[in-house]
Design a protein around this ligand. Sequence first.
Ligand code: E4P
Length: 267
Amino acid sequence: MKVFIDSADLDEIKQAYEWGIADGVTTNPSLMKKAVDKRKNINLKQYLNQILETAKGTPVSLEVTETSAKGMITQGKKLYKLFNPIANNVYIKIPVNPAFKDSDKTHFAGIEAIKALTKANIPVNCTLIFTPEQALLAAKAGAAFVSPFAGRIDDFIQTNNKIKFNKTDYFPMEGKEKGKVTLNDNGIVSGIDLVAQCVEILEGYKTEVLAASLRNTRQVREAALVGADISTLPFSVIKDMLKHSKTYQGMKNFTKDIVTDYVKLTK
Ligand code: E4P
């Protein structure tokens, strides 16, 4: 499974690439706001160029902010024209359905935009996927990546069932039971179940499943185990992946036992 960093923070992105563990970058409007708010007098064009150069050779997703098909297609093409020449690694992020409510008329605008951008040879990362059937339509329209939002489905199931939780809590991939019923959102029992169903349904498609909205290290492991092609991870989760109390204890014990003559051999 490839590991992307889910961040628009250049320092975090640089660090992840220096460590040699990043295979790509995903951004979204909220991550962009967080990075911009943290910095004073930012030249956004130069800043994004630096992100693209840091990630050279690996995909960087830049999300559209328009919500009509025409708007997303025009903006997607402009973003691509503006930024892809920097390092030839831009993917345009398109919401699977940019409508705000059922009665809106724009439900297929995302699909239209995916189709048009793909036809123009612009790779698309389709975002805000909460059902395998959304992923299926995005793949059929030509999306290079589909991004199921694991953590947010876990939040949704818990909120709907009045369960208190912290954003980074582990939610079991097999779901939680209440009475004799496994809690679910229309047959999806957890975020990792959503990822697994997307993986199964898209077998035979060239679209890659990018597990997004992962909030803890166990979810990363499970995303890999159910066959996600990619996981995009906040910097904090990447850092947590190396931690274990027995590793610390082992280090203390080994350090205590060091034979001085052995160390002298390399001095
Ligand atoms: C990535 O593409 C998504 O935008 C991101 O993973 C969302 O994560 P969140 O649900 O923790 O905000």
